[in-house]
Write a protein that binds this ligand. Sequence first.
Ligand code: AP5
Ligand code: MG
Length: 215
Amino acid sequence: MLGAPGVGKGTQAKKLEEDYSIPQISTGDILRDAVKNHTELGVKAKRYMEEGKLVPDDLMIDLMRERLKSDDAANGYILDGFPRTISQAEALEKMLDEVDSPIDSVIEITVDYEDLVRRIVNRRVCPACGSNYNLIDKPPRPDGSCAKCGERVIQRPDDNEETARTRLEVYDEQTKPLRSYYSSSGLLRQVDGEGSIEEVSASIKEVLQISSSLT
Ligand code: AP5
Ligand code: MG
């Protein structure tokens, strides 16, 4: 899943995880867990994340090399938030070549940037089960608790307006070049992310069906 901060990568990856019974692998979620647990990776990543900058490529590539070896990834997975630079994309391609398991599709979700800032500042997440909410049309319970597990929902430390704008600039500079990278390899499928969550989900399924019928 490719797309700027707040386009709905996590929301849509979770839906695909249920529909296809393969795991969502979110580098953002892995890093947030590492920060929460004060691991060596978490200590190194925290500052970059809070500033809205990317965590260095070598850390991310090592992390993914290990994660993709896990048993739950044996039958496929949905990558959410990786790769995010050309170096990460090249490293991923090499890793997947080694195990003869190439990428099937790259879904790029697009949304106007002002809408993204609005979505990001209105997002709330459950720190216990990872459920995702927004104050506009998918709010948590009125008492601020998670509808799934009852924990109090929180705002991510990088979800303020200033950091959101930095994240969008970083996306333009470092991640957007992946569009032509994957377009030239014929893998890129673009989906308009402006509709409702259900409408975007239907568009993603449509392009995935088209991709699988082409292979
Ligand atoms: P990460 O956690 O990946 O954040 P991000 O890319 O900024 O994306 P978000 O998680 O903010 O948005 P999303 O696209 O998942 O949208 P969501 O579904 O939540 O990364 C965080 C940080 O970790 C990075 O800044 C970096 O520091 C580091 N990092 C991670 N990966 C890295 C890598 N590979 N290399 C280096 N550093 C890395 O939706 C957003 C909101 O909108 C939600 O509230 C949702 O409910 C709502 N929403 C979703 N869909 C719709 C819709 N259709 N209509 C209305 N609202 C919607
Ligand atoms: Mg996300």
